[in-house]
Write a protein that binds this ligand. Sequence first.
Ligand SMILES: O=C(O)c1ccccc1N[C@@H]1O[C@H](COP(=O)(O)O)[C@@H](O)[C@H]1O
Length: 226
Amino acid sequence: MPVTTPLLKICGLREPAQATAIAALGADAIGVIAVPGSPRYVPPEQRFGLFAAMAAGRPSRAAGPEDCFGVLVTADPGDDQLEELAAGRGHAVVQLHGDESVERCRELGRRLGVRLWKALRVRTPEDLERAAAYAGVVEALLLDAWQPGQLGGTGHRIPIAWLEDFRPPMPWWLAGGVGPGTVAELLGRLRPDGLDASSALEERPGVKDLGRVAALVAAVRGSGSG
Ligand SMILES: O=C(O)c1ccccc1N[C@@H]1O[C@H](COP(=O)(O)O)[C@@H](O)[C@H]1O
């Protein structure tokens, strides 16, 4: 049976030139961090420039299903932040990386008018049982490793064995320590719809090593026949 190649998101960019280069290398999405306190935080007034730079690097220069799209990463946003997260600011998706309940996700979906992904930070295998409740409320789930005192961008991995039987009723992305050195093992054992990579590709927080990004794109594209 043919194996579908997962989509690839490169997260935590801060420089427009990197957004252009990474879209041109063939990433399916880029992520921009809107979580204050993160070393990858980008203030609201700089985000549109990053997504516009990404669009300039798209192979076809026209948005289509196969083109690179923008993801804005937030965590437990308050109502005073909704304006900066809403549609029309260059991103197609808002990734909710905090402790957002199903009800809060439903409300945010109504108020933001963008596609939503819910990140679950997985501390134990039982945490995976929370996934199904988000079906029909968000477009996709993203699994990341739980770490004390940090929301994301930690480089820590979820044990693969916990995920081998994970079949949520919606698309799912795998994050946490994804890089060119780990992708073969991941895709040999798991079938996520997408992979999300950040700190394993970095020279320093927010600055990617483009050689490592290219190696990851090649490894993911070489992983399947679909
Ligand atoms: O990257 C950050 O600094 C960050 C801060 C707050 C919430 C999420 C964040 N990043 C997300 O973390 C995962 C995994 O990153 P890594 O590959 O393990 O470094 C990814 O989904 C980022 O979107």
